[in-house]
Design a protein around this ligand. Structure first.
Ligand code: SF4
Ligand code: SF4
Length: 411
């Protein structure tokens, strides 16, 4: 990914404290009327209307009851077309924040069954960090058929510190969400899967009888669920296993238990010097309000990455708002590109590959056009995650070379 190849990679980060600073919401808040990938909602307010925190301002027109909520109180200033996280222009409501945060009160949910659960995930438009809708993820023919639910507790986003924060500080909310899930998927064992190297302190989670802890060697992203399931709990029928992440559990707690939309996100913000810290940011805050609050100048930023330097998205501008599901934002200043050097046989690329491939060997086979050996060493299975390139001290862009070679050699 271009984002990666031209920047100096940050060190793998470790959170030293549970510090959480806050970005004050801006004077104008933006709400894209789109929910993850797919549905675009229609405004249900008009210019000049006064709104409150948690008030519905947009609704899906396809009878699916996905909704968009205001996170501030104030006046609807404009309804325009503006870019969302994926770069599409969608209807967007701009609200003048009156700074009072008057809130629509809601009754907490008393009894939860499967229908109420799915409806809450849908009505609060919950997505995971990849933009996948949670109500689609948890929609099954019969919840009793699900035998395992895996919570992937190691982030693929290497400049994110939020998991460490959540595990340290939000274990009560996480356990509430686990108990809700367990009350619905009654036959499912719930596994929290940690990467051994992350060294997270998961003692608070261990105390619940509803939680099983698994330590694994690799990290897997959402495209590698099969491999994750295999390493975590062994071969099992995929359609009986659901996979989710810790970030989703906090959304589930808010939507299902409190009957409230997600108002704030905890986000790791990385500045152009690659210093990272966790911040509480109100959904709807403009990216430009964040960098101004942190006293970062526009000319210091070449690119803005959302949810990871390797597999995240490059935002198309600073007028994009923070949305639910945002885990990290990095303001990137390109360093002078480092030139590629010879392989020093350190083995880092082999250690990091989630599929146990041998990246540098694959490149040798590509160079020799040796299709047979390339296939024998499973080069065709490379998922182009970019991790091998990321860790390589010789700055060899292994992932791109394998991706290019794969398409040439396997023609
Ligand atoms: S890009 Fe391919 S070879 Fe490199 S780490 Fe990812 S899966 Fe392994
Ligand atoms: S990480 Fe880079 S230098 Fe190390 S073995 Fe792999 S290709 Fe060679």
């Amino acid at each position: 990914m271009e984002l990666f190849s031209r920047i100096k990679a940050p060190k793998m980060l470790k959170l030293k404290s549970s510090t959480l600073k806050e970005i004050n919401p801006g004077k104008e808040m933006l709400y894209n009327l789109s929910t993850g990938y797919g549905n675009v909602c229609q405004p249900v307010v008009k210019v000049g209307d006064m709104v409150e925190v948690s008030q519905v301002i947009g609704e899906s027109s396809q009878g699916k009851s996905e909704k968009i909520y205001s996170t501030v109180s104030g006046k609807v200033l404009k309804i325009i077309d503006s870019p969302n996280n994926h770069g599409s222009r969608v209807p967007t409501i701009i609200i003048e924040n009156d700074g009072e945060y008057k809130k629509q009160e809601r009754q907490a949910t008393q009894q939860v069954d499967y229908e109420i659960y799915i409806e809450a995930l849908r009505k609060y438009s919950l997505t995971d960090t990849q933009g996948i809708k949670l109500y689609e993820k948890y929609k099954v023919d019969n919840p009793k058929d699900i035998t395992s639910i895996i919570i992937n507790a190691s982030s693929w986003d290497i400049n994110s510190l939020v998991l460490q924060y959540f595990i340290n500080e939000k274990s009560v909310e996480i356990m509430e969400a686990v108990n809700i899930i367990k009350s619905i998927f009654v036959n499912a064992s719930i596994f929290f899967v940690f990467n051994k190297k992350d060294g997270f302190d998961y003692d608070k989670l261990k105390s619940s009888q509803n939680v099983n802890i698994k330590l694994i060697n690799k990290k897997y992203n959402h495209k590698m669920e099969k491999q994750l399931i295999n390493e975590a709990i062994g071969n099992t029928s995929e359609n009986k296993v659901l996979v989710d992440e810790i970030q989703s559990l906090l959304g589930i707690y808010s939507a299902v238990k409190l009957n409230e939309p997600v108002i704030n996100e905890v986000i790791t913000i990385t500045d152009p010097e690659m210093n990272s810290l966790n911040y509480k940011v109100r959904v709807g805050t403009k990216i430009s309000d964040i960098y101004e609050a942190l006293k970062i100048k526009e000319e210091q930023i070449d690119k803005i990455a959302r949810n990871g330097l390797i597999s995240g998205q490059a935002l198309i501008g600073a007028s994009v708002p923070v949305t639910q599901g945002t885990e990290s934002i990095a303001f990137i200043k390109y360093k002078k590109p480092e030139s590629e050097r010879a392989c020093i046989r350190c083995g880092e690329c082999v250690n990091v590959c989630p599929l146990n491939l041998y990246p540098i060997k694959l490149i040798n086979y590509i160079n020799k056009e040796d299709t047979q050996e390339f296939k024998k060493y499973r080069g065709d299975q490379c998922v182009e995650c970019g991790l091998c390139s990321y860790v390589c001290p010789s700055r060899i862009n292994l992932s791109s070379k394998i991706a290019l070679g794969k398409s040439n050699i396997l023609k």
